[in-house]
Write a protein that binds this ligand. Structure first.
Ligand code: P5A
Length: 446
């Protein structure tokens, strides 16, 4: 993409409405525009990052054997009256009437709808296990939408639902989700810690939230510092293996890590004092096992091996896809702007032409652009007629992990400069070597 042809409405001034750094940087980098409180348009740069996160979630869900689908945003109230949550959900639910005066709602989550689909089409234990998921917009009429996309009213969620014959099978599904979430967050450059949490309106006793540590997080968290040494890495897991998934769950949840909702001061006191940590965290996902809560209420049964109808065991599992964009920025920025982890960056590399209009510089930039594109990577080429300082400031603000700077002086010696956004370190090399280095970095992360 050439910057002169892109739509990147960066702001020079700090927007006064933004209280936290991710909100401020998303507005300044032209990623989002508020349309109403807690409701945002995703401008091209923000939309690109959102899609990258969605893609990682899709890949990791399908690696775990979960099946993608799509349910609507609008739901009939009848389903929620069956489960009893129509009244229980309260004012957070946006209630709508259609022209026939029928009660509808903008879905805050989809347990009822998926249970209805399941009971309509699945009748035998032989069709289990089954986990279906979708990535769809949700609406929760939060009393205090704030911090930009972090606590929105309309937000994008990946929500998945498992159906199993027994509690044991459903707990495997729970563990499998935990493992696949750890993988997903790591690919986004995040450390998200599973913490014992409270299940709220979704229900059930088994639930973990995934928290990214950040000063601006809305949850207070208590944990054993050993937990931050754990690293999922790129280990290969057989998601069908009950033992392997169970072992990962034990490894990542056996140390003390709880949100304020479930914090137990006496248990925490047993952690050696020098390892006790209190911090703040951003909740980027949550997994639940709630047994037969919905299948009992809505009559979702299958015929078991003994021929008898038995209610299915269920859980649901959510990732805050749009919130993650903010969470990643909270975890990765400096005073100049965003620093995208390579796994989610909107463009792979920036090209800065220090002297637009200089024939040699223009030709070299175009050649770089073509060879990077030919490798299947996306460069953002700043081809505007601006001074170098302004171009660098824009690149630093939007946070591409790598920048290639091209100027007449370097070209006289046959070199360009490759700069890391994270370390600020620059190295001179031939354009060919710069392209190869960038390509190797992205090859390594797949
Ligand atoms: C699990 C999937 C559920 O709704 N039902 C389906 C279960 N869980 S949850 O914890 O309530 O939400 C899942 C994740 O969605 C994100 N999230 C939000 N993101 C932005 N703005 C909001 N107002 C908001 N509310 C929830 C969180 O990341 C949460 O973990």
């Amino acid at each position: 993409m050439r910057l002169s042809r892109y739509f990147l409405p960066v702001l020079k001034e700090n927007p006064s409405e933004a209280q936290i750094v991710s909100h401020r940087l998303m507005l300044r980098a032209g990623m989002i525009k508020q349309s109403a409180a807690g409701i945002y348009s995703w401008l091209p740069l923000g939309f690109k990052v959102l899609r990258k996160i969605e893609n990682i979630v899709h890949e990791e869900q399908q690696r775990a054997g979960h099946i993608p689908m799509l349910m609507p945003t609008l739901q009939p109230a009848d389903l929620w009256k069956e489960s009893g949550r129509y009244d229980a959900y309260g004012p957070e639910m946006l209630r709508i009437k259609d022209r026939q005066d029928r009660d509808m709602l903008y879905g805050p989550t989809n347990e009822e709808m998926i249970t209805d689909i399941f009971r309509s089409h699945v009748g035998s234990y032989k069709d289990l296990p089954l986990t279906l998921y979708h990535i769809q917009w949700k609406f929760r009429d939060e009393i205090r939408p704030r911090f930009g996309v972090m606590r929105g009213r309309e937000f994008l969620m990946k929500d998945g639902y498992n159906f199993d014959l027994t509690q044991e099978d459903a707990l495997h599904a729970y563990n499998r989700h935990l493992v696949s979430y750890l993988r997903s967050y790591e690919r986004m450059g995040l450390q998200a810690i599973p913490m014992r949490a409270d299940s709220g309106p979704i229900g059930g006793d088994d639930t973990h939230e995934f928290l990214v540590l950040a000063e601006t997080g809305e949850s207070e968290v208590f944990y054993d510092s050993q937990i931050t040494d754990l690293n999922f890495g790129d280990r290969e897991i057989d998601f069908d293996s009950v033992d392997q998934c169970q072992a990962v769950l034990e490894e990542f949840t056996s140390r003390y890590a709880r949100t304020d909702e479930t914090h137990d001061a006496d248990l925490f006191a047993q952690v050696p004092a020098e390892r006790q940590r209190t911090a703040r965290g951003i909740e980027v996902g949550q997994i639940f096992y709630f047994g037969t809560k919905y299948s009992d209420a809505m009559g979702a049964t299958v015929q078991g091996p003994d021929g008898k109808a038995t209610p299915v065991h269920m859980g649901s599992h959510g990732i805050g896809v749009s919130r993650l964009v903010g969470a990643i920025i909270e975890a990765s920025h400096d005073d100049k702007g965003i620093i995208w982890p390579e796994g989610v960056t909107p463009f792979h590399v920036g090209i800065v032409n220090l002297k637009q209009g200089d024939e040699e510089a223009d030709t070299a930039c175009q050649a770089l652009y073509d060879s990077i594109t030919a490798l299947g990577l996306e460069p953002l080429y700043d081809d505007r007629n601006e001074r170098a300082g302004g171009k660098f400031a824009t690149m630093d603000l939007i946070g591409l992990p790598w920048r290639i700077t091209v100027g007449p002086r370097g070209l006289k010696n046959g070199v360009v400069e490759l700069t890391s956004r994270k370390t600020g370190e620059s190295e001179e090399m031939t354009p060919e070597v710069a392209v190869e280095k960038v390509a190797a970095i992205y090859r390594a992360i797949g």
